[in-house]
Write a protein that binds this ligand. Structure first.
Ligand code: TPP
Ligand code: MG
Length: 372
């Protein structure tokens, strides 16, 4: 497969950008990208071990998607409100959050379901992020629903008039859901196009169903053509290509205020979830292998430096996981917190304008409780 193919609508496989030295990224940027990818990988490995040791009920994550996801995390315009980028991610987006600056210990907390987990107060599976101050919408276990929400925040981005965009990401099998079509349709309405980058991380599997059994078109990206949506297919195992093509696609959406569909071919290195064993799959290409080779060949990092960094992150995360084990679990009496709305905004009588101070909203209560 070529490293990347980019098209206007319709997409053609002829337009191929090669990963030549002339378009090499700066060494400092490659080191930064490698560093974030590696921290995310070590974190996933720790999460899998925690699960196998009984420190967490379930593991799902993104080992194999780091080249794509860490690139995204470094490129996002991070902040709160429609001037900034909105992120509707999936349960394999670990490296995106890590590259954005999330504390990996918080991911361990969610794995251990401690009360200190800032994403769900100990209530959700690991890697189900939710960060209001960074416009990261809650990750959903029901797949693909994020694609029907994304046009809403993309519309908010558009109305705000700045350069903020919406980024929505999911897997390949999920594109069979109506939500994916909803996103294609609502983002491409004539004269009302929305600044939305749709990313499909194609690992060729939907749990245990091979992609070849579930859709007839060659590339999911080809579906963009009939909606007039520009698209590209990118090799997700080439970190440099991922960063460069993601940057290009994001810049297009930012500047043109139109949608873009990016299909990224990735590996699924530890199977679907802990439900399928979470064991390493040696047949899949690991995006670290070509990246480390490149860093060595260009004399940007040595093998020893990479090994030392890996050992350091592995140790730090082991230490952090031991501390997290001692942190409190949510209290039994809190079981209904964050489950039901604390006021009925639909049925309650309209509030008098600018009279008594409004009762605290659900949102402010939630953030006061430490859940973003
Ligand atoms: C709405 C919905 N239907 C079915 C499921 C069960 N399910 C969980 S993951 C998955 C496959 C997802 O495959 P894909 O979209 O390719 O993402 P991947 O897990 O491969 O990254 C399914 C069917 C679900 N979680 N939500
Ligand atoms: Mg898949």
């Amino acid at each position: 497969m070529p490293a990347v193919t980019t098209t206007t609508a319709p997409r053609t496989d002829a337009a191929t950008a090669t990963d030549g030295e002339e378009s090499a990224l700066a060494p400092e940027l490659l080191v930064r990208l490698y560093d974030r990818m590696l921290l995310a990988r070590c974190l996933e490995e720790r999460l899998i071990r925690m699960n196998k040791q009984g420190d967490g009920f379930f593991w799902v994550g993104g080992p194999g998607e780091e080249a794509l996801n860490a690139s995204l995390g470094l490129l996002v315009h991070k902040g709160q409100g429609p001037e900034f980028d909105y992120l509707h991610l999936h349960y394999r987006s670990t490296a995106t959050l890590i590259a954005m600056g999330a504390d990996p210990t918080d991911t361990l907390r969610q794995m251990k379901n401690t009360a200190t987990d800032p994403y769900s107060g100990g209530r959700n599976f690991c890697n189900h992020y939710s960060v209001r101050r960074w416009n990261v919408a809650p990750v959903s276990s029901p797949i693909e629903v994020q694609f029907s929400m994304a046009p809403g925040t993309a519309l908010a981005n558009k109305r705000a008039g700045g350069r903020g965009i919406t980024i929505v990401q999911g897997g390949d099998a999920g594109t069979a859901e109506g939500d994916f079509s909803t996103c294609l349709i609502w983002c491409s309405l004539p004269r009302r196009e929305l600044p939305c980058l749709m990313i499909v991380a194609n690992n060729h599997w939907g749990i245990s169903t091979p992609a070849g059994d579930t859709h007839a078109e060659k590339h999911i990206a080809d579906r963009g053509a009939v909606f007039g949506i520009k698209s590209a297919v990118v090799d997700g195992n080439d970190a440099e290509t991922c960063y460069r093509e993601l940057k290009k696609a994001m810049e297009y959406v930012r500047a043109e205020r139109r949608p873009f569909l990016l299909e990224v071919m990735v590996s699924r290195l530890y199977g679907h979830t802990s439900a399928s064993g979470a064991n390493f799959v040696p047949e899949e290409l690991d995006c670290f292998v070509p990246f480390e080779k490149k860093l060595e060949e260009r004399r940007i990092m040595t093998r020893d430096e990479m090994d030392e960094l890996r050992a350091r992150y592995t140790q730090q995360l082991l230490d952090a996981s031991k501390k997290v084990r001692e942190e409190p679990q949510p209290k039994g009496e809190d079981i209904h917190r964050h489950v039901f709305a604390e006021r009925d905004a639909v049925r309650e009588p309209p509030r008098p304008a600018a009279s008594a101070p409004a009762p605290p909203s659900v949102a402010s209560k939630v953030s006061k409780n430490g859940v973003h």
